[in-house]
Design a binder for this molecule. Structure first.
Ligand SMILES: Cc1ncc(COP(=O)(O)O)c(C=O)c1O
Length: 236
């Protein structure tokens, strides 16, 4: 009844990571109620700032409201068709914010920005745009387990891991990149890009300048894309 995309198992939901999550949900640790329960160590949710955000929202209730005073969008403005790349006013705010969290050392052009409903859909849309089913994306390890679903499942694109090693802090080396590229070629996979996560989930590390230079030196001669998931920028 379903398409091969919908019924394919490549979403990774049955991986050890998500099975572990399920076991945690059935038996969560609580210091008093369930001291022998399971502690969730595999989830990167920033709950530390909730109290600050909640108290700010209480003091600024208009931020979530729909005003008609010309300062923020009215219901009528939002309910009608919009620019499919995102609200221009929102994009202008975002480029300012993105520059600010990078110490105003870089500027972004709102005309080069396309908004999506989070990094999950942005990554999937990008892979749909950059690769065809059966082509490959190189992905440094260890990586966020959701990438099997986001980059591979519906797009039909293969992930070829770039094996990084704990012995040198999981740096993305030229050797590891070339090794992954050659493995892909042996499998007859056309490599379309390297997908990095910077800062890294799960490592919490950021890439050094020489690592980024190596990455560019690797990608440019091969004419492949460098895609950077920076969903955690400004947090470490
Ligand atoms: C590296 C990485 N990319 C993307 C996501 C998902 O981002 P979003 O919630 O914006 O879809 C996560 C969530 O943990 C993540 O760790």
């Amino acid at each position: 009844m379903l398409s091969s995309k919908a019924s394919s198992n490549s979403h990774g939901q049955d991986s050890a990571y998500f099975l572990g999550w399920q076991v945690y949900e059935e038996n969560p640790f609580d210091e008093v109620e369930n001291p022998t329960g399971i502690i969730q160590m595999g989830l990167a949710e920033n709950q530390l700032s909730f109290d600050l955000v909640e108290s700010w929202l209480r003091k600024n209730p208009d931020a979530m409201g729909l005003k008609e005073d010309g300062e923020s969008a009215s219901f009528r403005e939002l309910a009608l068709f919009q620019d499919y790349h995102g609200l221009p006013a929102f994009k202008n705010e975002l480029v300012d914010h993105m520059a600010k969290v990078r110490g105003n050392k870089v500027k972004f052009d709102p005309n080069n920005l396309v908004l999506a409903a989070g990094a999950t859909s942005a990554s999937e849309i990008l892979i749909f745009c950059l690769a065809d089913p059966g082509e490959a994306i190189l992905l440094p390890t260890p990586y966020y387990p959701g990438f099997d679903r986001d980059l591979k499942w519906r797009t039909g694109v293969e992930i070829v891991p770039v094996h990084c090693s704990s012995s040198d802090g999981f740096r993305i080396t030229m050797l590891a990149l070339e090794d992954a590229y050659q493995r892909a070629q042996k499998l007859n996979l056309n490599v379309k890009g390297v997908f990095i996560t910077n800062p890294s989930n799960p490592l919490g590390t950021t890439m050094a300048k020489d690592e980024l230079n190596d990455l560019i030196d690797f990608a440019v001669p091969k004419n492949i894309h460098v895609i950077s998931d920076e969903v955690f920028s400004g947090t470490v």
